[in-house]
Design a binder for this molecule. Structure first.
Ligand code: SER
Length: 337
């Protein structure tokens, strides 16, 4: 079988590193794109590294030289950063995704085969009106609570529709068939926790920040209340879900947007798990009202039964395994201890 050519945008980000390492073991030809240069180790895994902005036409032209099979479009501005500059977030998140979808369409048409676009969507695409409703409602399904309150969440929700449009409806009045050259597939990720990278600019960042600070012996002021609850997932499961969804036969997919989840601890439960491993860690709760409001608008628990039914999704890491087998050994190795 010939090797697949895979593009990863945002290759230097939180998800990008592990995805790059995993895909390189699968012998894919990798084109990495990021604003900042990759480490020498990561560069060595790539056929080509394009340093630049996904909104830049020259970057798109460089990618388009390749007969690409799959695009993992990870580049984005997250929920907290997005609120600091919503217009820039819209530009990167929406115009960048539009560029990627158009690129996929042109390559698909040229090569006469659908280019898969794998897209990390998010729990931020949900928007629950108030805390009482959040507490009373069961696990959120994909179509529930479709009124996100951050620019990032709005961008991601719109991008899910754009991806569906390019895949199934593109130029629907054209005499020639124009759909079918893009095969867009999205995952609504919960908060992600990596042992190796600390995210920047997200609102779910309190969990990884708590863990990484404790491991370095640093005090941490948690910016949400102890009872704050959203779903989380260990990074290896996030990468696994992206690759499983990518390889699922299209006819098995009943939707182009899937919830995935693993465990839903409160911030206090995360603190307890961290202190069980790092007894000297000092963690205080200093909720910031405005960031807390964002967390309160996201579901505490999501329903991922569509992913389980359609492509056999199941996470490898529950909360205990995430801490004991993934985070703690790797983080101790990273920071020493
Ligand atoms: N981790 C993201 C954020 O907090 C949610 O997808 O913005």
């Amino acid at each position: 079988m010939s090797k697949r050519t895979v593009v990863i945008t945002g290759a230097n980000g939180e998800i990008g590193h592990l995805l790059l390492e995993t895909l390189s073991k699968e012998q894919a030809i990798i084109i990495a794109v990021d604003l900042s240069p990759l480490s020498d180790e990561h560069t060595a895994l790539c056929e080509e590294v394009i340093i630049g902005d996904i909104c830049d036409d020259e970057v798109i032209r460089d990618i388009e030289k390749h007969d690409v099979n799959d695009i993992f479009h990870l580049a984005a501005i997250l929920s907290t950063s997005g609120e600091k500059n919503p217009e820039r977030a819209h530009h990167v998140n929406v115009d960048g995704t539009m560029n990627v979808l158009q690129l996929a369409y042109r390559i698909g048409k040229r090569t006469n085969s659908a280019v898969k676009v794998l897209f990390p969507s998010t729990i931020a695409a949900f928007g629950i009106s108030d805390l009482e409703t959040k507490r009373m409602s069961g696990p959120a399904r994909e179509d529930d609570f479709a009124s996100p309150i951050t620019m990032y969440g709005i961008n991601k929700l719109y991008n899910e529709h754009l991806g569906r449009y390019y895949s199934d409806c593109y130029r629907r009045l054209s005499p020639e068939k124009e759909s079918g050259f893009v095969d867009f597939r999205a995952l609504r990720f919960p908060g992600l926790i990596s042992a190796f990278t600390v995210p920047t600019g997200g609102t779910s960042d309190y969990a990884p920040e708590m863990i990484h600070n404790a491991a370095q012996g640093k005090h941490y002021d948690c910016f949400v209340r102890p009872d704050a609850q959203i779903p989380f997932m260990a990074m290896p499961d996030a990468v696994k879900s992206l690759l499983h969804l990518a390889s699922a036969p299209l006819e098995n997919l009943s939707t182009r947007v899937y919830n995935v989840t693993s465990f839903s601890p409160t911030a206090e439960e995360i603190k307890d798990m961290v202190q069980a491993e790092f007894p000297n860690a000092t963690i205080d709760f200093k909720p910031q009202e405005k960031r807390q409001e964002i967390i309160d608008s996201w579901p505490g628990v999501v329903d991922d039964s569509k992913a389980r039914n359609d492509w056999n999704w199941s996470p490898d890491y529950d909360a205990e395994k995430t801490f004991k087998e993934y985070l703690i050994p790797n983080i101790k190795m990273r920071y020493g201890g």
